[in-house]
Design a protein around this ligand. Sequence first.
Ligand code: SAH
Length: 411
Amino acid sequence: MTSATPARDPYLVGLDLRGRKVVLIGAGTVVQRRLPPLLAAGADVHVVAPEATPAVESTPGITWHRREYAAGDLAGAWYALAATDDPDVNARVVAEAEAQRTFCVRADLAREGTAVTPATVATDGLQVGVLAAGDHRRSAAVRNALGAVLTGTEAARPSRKPEGVALVGGGPGDPDLITVRGRALLAVADVVVADRLAPPRLLAELAPNVEVIDAAKVPYGRAMAQQAINQVLIDRAREGKFVVRLKGGDPYVFGRGYEELEALAAEGIPVTVVPGITSSIAAPSAAGIPVTHRGVTHEFVVVSGHVPPGHPDSLVDWDALGRLRGTVVVLMAVERLGVIADALIAGGRSADTPAAVVENATTGGQRTVRGTLATIAADAAAAEVKPPAVLVVGPVAGFTAPDASENPAAG
Ligand code: SAH
């Protein structure tokens, strides 16, 4: 077997991976960051690993083989990635790939692989890949500079490196729906602490030297999960790192952003808050539903459905909501659509009020289920709607765009 020689000038190419098998060995943060672009390319993605990060585990559209790597796992693969934390396993994966002429990236020792992952930025139908002969910092710096020019963030780029922690709203899912300021801060982060709903393709763009912490995976022992997350933010900021806390939507809409602000402020750590486009408005909008419309709706109310109506911990006046004529948007409601619809009807809302559920809004997996308050729970169950999704109730939920086109999801 010929061993791979360090290629100073690898051949830069775009692979058409639609429907083609790609095998990823390992399921840690490296794989987590490669998944969104591979899925966006339409690859038939197989992950082999006994354990996975929560983000990998919950990624729809992948086949996860929950076990250790075994010889033969690359059979039929067009492309592979060796990304376990065991160098011996990675070497075996590369050797198997070499023997069957499958290009393979080796995450821990790039020059031992037969392919390398460029630093990339994707925006508005354009993809840029940068390789710098293995110098990750240089390729990331060039990519960041190009990305800033392409996304128009150059003007917003902080002239000096910011300090402390930025609580950044990542928007509803499409990587282009983060704010210019949010993107500029992300590009200079040393550490990114990401929620599960933070747009995954933004994480895929980060340089390899950026520490990405999956907030769902922060070990919390006897402390509450939120306290443990606060502590990670505090610890990294105290080490002098600039930390971006990346959340889905807006940090202050059911995002616990203010709790983190308080915890950081109590330690004297400077905090920047960057608002985001909240899914409560963007998800309806992406489905062609305006939350307000002149002459129809003079109000929209955003409600959390995470505590069911009638529960002692509920802070929501469902009877009052049932008396509204306008738009009611309910987040975190997928598992409780029936009781929520019943509570609104019991409060006085007509059972034939239009209702819609929008799942995975602004991503490639966006779906909309439409019905009425009386039928929506059964409609959503029949369509097997899963979180994240928003429920929209009101006349506007019955609107269909005049040209019947829903906003296309970003690819
Ligand atoms: N801070 C976030 C909301 C966090 S609560 C924001 O402003 O959007 C999490 C809930 O948000 C999910 O249960 C779901 O109801 C909603 N959500 C987030 N992203 C979504 C998306 N892409 N599509 C549909 N609903 C989404």
